[in-house]
Design a protein around this ligand. Sequence first.
Ligand SMILES: NC(=O)c1ccc[n+]([C@@H]2O[C@H](COP(=O)([O-])OP(=O)(O)OC[C@H]3O[C@@H](n4cnc5c(N)ncnc54)[C@H](O)[C@@H]3O)[C@@H](O)[C@H]2O)c1
Length: 267
Amino acid sequence: MTRGWAVVTGAGNGIGAVISRHAVKEGYRVAAWDVDAAGLEALAADLGPACVPTVVDVADEGSVAAAVAALPEAPSLLVNNAGIARFGPLLTIAAADWRAAVDVNLTGTFLVGRAVAARMIEAGGGAIVNMASINGIAAAPNAGAYTASKAGIVKLTEHMALEWSGHGVRVNCVAPGLINAGMSDAIYADEEVRRLRQARVPQGRLGTAEDVADAVLFLGSPKAGYISGQTLAVDGGITKTALASMPRPKSVDSVGVDEGAAAREGG
Ligand SMILES: NC(=O)c1ccc[n+]([C@@H]2O[C@H](COP(=O)([O-])OP(=O)(O)OC[C@H]3O[C@@H](n4cnc5c(N)ncnc54)[C@H](O)[C@@H]3O)[C@@H](O)[C@H]2O)c1
C-alpha cells in the first residue's frame, strides 16, 4: 500500500534516518532533507528508489521554498525532525549559539511547516509531526537555548493545529526523552553519565531511535486521526515523575485541614 510522500527533515543521521527507514517500511516514499550531503547519500544508498535525498537548510527560507516546489506531489506526512543543541549557561552562552538553536529548531520548523502545509491544504490535508524534546517541557542544566527553542516548538505545534486542523492538516509533536542515538551519542559514550542518567528513568533504560520513530509514525497515521495539537513525551516516564525523589518525613501521613470531615462523618 502506498501512503504517498513523507518529508523527513534531518534525515541524514540519527533519529531522522531511522524515521525515514520506518516510513519506507510502512509504504511511504521519503523526501529526505538535510544539510549533510554525505549522510543523505548513505541513507539513499540504503533505502533505494523509495528515498529521494535533497540538501536543504531548514533555517533558510529560499532553500525550503525550492525543495517544496520540487516535490512531485503534496506530501501526506511531514516530520520536522532537523535539530541542533548548543549548551551553555544563559549568563554566558554566545548570542550566536542561542540564534543557531532558535534558527534551526524553531524557525526551521516554522518555515518548513508552513511551506509544506500550504501544499497539503491545496491537496485536501495531511499530517505534521514536529520534534521537540523533554527539554521543551522541563529545564535542564546549561540547556537554556535548546530548551527555549524546543518549548517554542511545543507551542508552535498548538498554533499550527489551531490554524490548519480545519483544513484537514493534523499537527502533533513528539518530545523524546533520554535517547541513546544521534546527537546524544557523545553523551552516552561516557559510561558513568550513561549509568546515572539511565537510573533516573522509571523504565530503567534509555530510549532508542526506534522508540521515537514508532511514536512519530503513529501520530502521522490514520490511527491518530482525531489527535491534533498534542505533545507526546516518549521518555520512559521521566517527565511525569519529576517528584519521585522528593523527601517527606515518615511521621507525616497527611497535611492540610479538612473542616468538613467531622460533619460528614456525623451524618
Ligand atoms: N538524540 C536525543 O537524545 C534527542 C532527544 C530529544 C530530542 N531530540 C531531537 O531529535 C531530533 C533528531 O536528533 P538526533 O539525535 O537524530 O540528532 P542528529 O544530530 O543525529 O541529527 C540531526 C540532523 O539534523 C540535521 N540538521 C542540522 N541542521 C540542519 C539544518 N539547518 N537543515 C537541515 N538539516 C539540519 C543534521 O545534519 C543531522 O542530520 C532533533 O530535533 C533533536 O533535537 C534528540
